[in-house]
Design a protein around this ligand. Structure first.
Ligand code: ADP
Length: 482
C-alpha cells in the first residue's frame, strides 16, 4: 500500500521532540515491510541549510486564500531506506528562524502556515500519486483530514482515501480565531461544537479528531487517559465519542542509535552478557559532571529532559532537600522553562557535592547519562509515550517513573524488585520519594539489582511491532472507506 505522511517535523531535518523521531523511524520500518511511503514536511530555513537546492518535483502549486493565491514548490528530499521525502517550499511562510515561533511566542499566521501545508500535500498528491491512506500528525497536519471531507468532498479521487491522525501530545491543539474559517476557505457551518469550534476558537486538533477515519495515540495508557478531563485538555468528550476508532500504539525506539553495545558516544561498550563496560561509563559520566571520589556504593541518578512542568520538575525540586540526605549523586541535563533552569542551578550550587546540572541540549551527554547512571528519573505529570525511559532500559539504567501514559506501559514494577523499574501513581513528592527509596534499597542488593538490569536490557521496544499495528489500522480504514 502507498502511505503518505504529512507532518511538521521529521528527524534529522526538523526536530523539537518525539514527533520527529516517529515521522522518521515509522516510515522506514513500513518501507521494510514492503510498503511505499512518502513523507511531506515544510522546507523550513533549517531544512534548506541541510539540503540546499534539492531537485524540483513540482514548480508551482496554487494554494488559494480569500483574496490571493500562494504558490508553492514541491522539492525532492531524496529516497532513503525506501522512504521518499518531499519538501513543501513556501519561503514567505517557512523560511523563518523557528518552526512554530520565536522565544516570545508562536507565529501569528500559524493557521495559514499549516493550513497551507495540509492543502499543498493534497494538491501534490494529485500531481504525483494518490495514496491509499494519509497519516497526519498532531494539530499541524490534522487539517488535512478535515479538508479531505469538506473542501475536497466532491473530488472523486479522494472519495475512498482515508486519513489516520496520530496525537503525539493532546495539550497542543492549534487554537485560532474564528475568522480562520474564512482564511482557510472553510464553510461556516463547520464552526460548531461538534466539528471545528471549541469555545469560540477554531481547534485544528479537534477537527482532525472529528474527521479522521481513525485516531491513534502513542501509548495504550495515554489513549485511555485522554478520554478523561485530567488529560484530555477539553477534548475528552469528542475523543470518547470516537473511542471505537481510537487506538493506542506505543512508540518504538531506534536501537541503531541507542544501544550500549554499539553507541559511539560512550566510554566503553557493554551488554547484558558483559556488564563490565558500564562501570567505565559511570566513571566517565561522573568525570563529565565534575564529580570526584564517588564511591561504588553511591547511586548515580540521571535526568535527561526538557525542563517543563509536564516532566515533573516541581516534584523533583520539592524532594531535593530530602534526597540529598541519601547516598546519591544527581547528574541532570536539560533545557527549557527558565524558572526550572534557574531553580535547578540554584539547587546545584547549594549541594555541589551531590547535584550537578548542565543546562543545554547535548546529545552526547544524553547518551553518557543513559549509559553511566544507575537510576534514571522521569516523574512526568503526563507522558504520551516517552523515549528516554525506554533507552534507560536498554542501557540497564533502572527507571523510576510516574505510572502515566507510555511510562506506565513500558516500565514494570513487581514485588521484590522482580520487574524492570519502579513507579508511583499519585502526583505527590512523597510518592516519588518513596519510589526512589525502593530503588535505593534494591540498589544496595547487588545480586537483585544486576538481575533487574539484565531484565531491563532484554526488553524489546523496536519499531517492528508498532509498525505492524499501524498497518492494521491503515487496512481497517481503507476497508471501511471502500
Ligand atoms: P519529549 O518528546 O516529550 O521531550 P521524550 O522522552 O519522548 O520526551 O523524548 C526526549 C528526547 O529528547 C530523548 O531522545 C532525549 O534524549 C532528548 N533530550 C531531551 N532533552 C535533551 C537535552 N537537554 N540534551 C540532549 N537530548 C535531550
Amino acid at each position: 500500500m502507498h502511505i503518505v505522511f504529512a507532518a511538521s517535523e521529521c528527524a534529522p531535518w526538523a526536530k523539537t521532540g518525539g514527533l520527529a523521531d516517529v515521522v522518521s523511524a515509522l516510515p522506514r520500518t513500513l518501507a521494510k515491510l514492503g510498503h511505499k511511503v512518502s513523507v511531506f514536511i515544510p522546507y523550513y530555513r533549517q531544512v534548506a541549510k541541510a539540503v540546499p537546492n534539492p531537485p524540483v518535483v513540482l514548480p508551482s502549486l496554487t494554494i488559494p486564500f480569500p483574496s490571493y493565491n500562494r504558490f508553492v514548490r514541491v522539492l525532492n528530499g531524496g529516497l532513503d531506506e525506501g522512504v521518499q521525502t518531499y519538501f513543501i517550499d513556501c519561503p514567505e511562510l517557512f523560511d523563518r528562524e523557528g518552526f512554530y515561533g520565536t522565544p516570545s511566542g508562536d507565529y501569528p499566521d500559524n493557521a495559514e502556515r499549516f493550513g497551507l501545508l495540509s492543502r499543498a500535500v493534497i494538491e501534490a498528491s494529485k500531481m504525483i500519486e494518490i495514496p491509499d491512506v494519509y497519516h497526519v500528525h498532531d494539530w499541524q497536519t490534522a487539517m488535512l483530514a478535515v479538508l479531505l471531507r469538506s473542501t475536497y468532498f466532491f473530488d472523486p479521487v479522494f472519495r475512498h482515501v482515508p486519513a489516520v491522525l496520530t496525537i503525539h501530545n493532546a495539550a497542543y491543539q492549534g487554537w485560532f480565531p474564528p475568522q480562520t474559517m474564512e482564511k482557510l476557505l472553510l464553510p461556516w457551518d463547520m464552526f460548531t461544537f461538534d466539528k471545528l469550534e471549541h469555545y469560540d476558537t477554531v481547534n485544528f486538533l479537534k477537527g482532525g479528531i472529528v474527521y479522521a477515519d481513525a485516531i491513534t495515540t502513542v501509548s495504550r495508557k495515554y489513549a485511555e487517559e485522554i478520554q478523561t478531563p485530567e488529560f484530555g485538555n477539553g477534548l475528552e468528550d469528542i475523543l470518547r465519542k470516537r473511542s471505537a476508532d481510537l487506538f493506542g500504539i506505543l512508540n518504538g525506539v531506534d536501537y541503531g542509535e541507542w544501544n550500549p553495545a554499539t553507541d559511539p558516544h560512550i566510554a566503553a561498550h557493554y551488554s547484558a552478557e558483559n556488564l563490565a563496560g558500564k562501570k567505565e561509563c559511570r566513571r566517565d559520566l561522573l568525570h563529565a559532571f565534575g564529580f570526584e571520589g564517588v564511591s561504588d556504593e553511591t547511586a548515580v541518578i540521571g535526568v535527561v529532559s526538557r525542563f517543563a512542568t509536564q516532566k515533573g520538575f516541581d516534584l523533583i525540586v520539592e524532594i531535593m532537600d530530602k534526597l540529598v540526605e541519601e547516598d546519591v549523586v544527581l547528574t541532570i541535563l536539560g533545557t527549557g522553562e527558565e524558572y526550572y533552569e534557574r531553580l535547578l542551578v540554584e539547587i546545584a550550587n547549594r549541594y555541589p557535592s551531590k547535584v550537578r546540572v548542565q543546562v543545554k541540549f547535548d546529545n552526547v551527554i544524553a547518551h553518557k547519562i543513559e549509559a553511566g547512571a544507575d537510576i534514571f528519573l522521569m516523574p512526568s505529570r503526563y507522558e504520551p509515550s516517552g523515549l528516554s525511559q525506554i533507552y534507560s532500559l536498554k542501557y540497564g539504567t533502572i527507571p523510576v517513573v510516574r505510572a502515566t501514559g507510555g511510562l506506565d506501559d513500558t516500565i514494570d514494577e513487581q514485588p521484590n524488585s522482580g520487574g524492570t523499574g519502579f513507579k508511583f501513581s499519585g502526583y505527590s513528592p512523597w510518592a516519588l520519594l518513596d519510589a526512589i527509596h525502593r530503588a535505593l534499597n534494591t540498589f544496595r542488593n547487588k545480586k537483585v539489582w544486576t538481575e533487574m538490569m539484565k531484565r531491563a536490557m532484554a526488553q524489546d521496544f523496536s519499531w517492528d511491532k508498532p509498525a505492524a499495528e499501524y498497518v492494521k489500522v491503515y487496512e481497517r480504514v481503507i476497508r471501511n472507506r471502500s
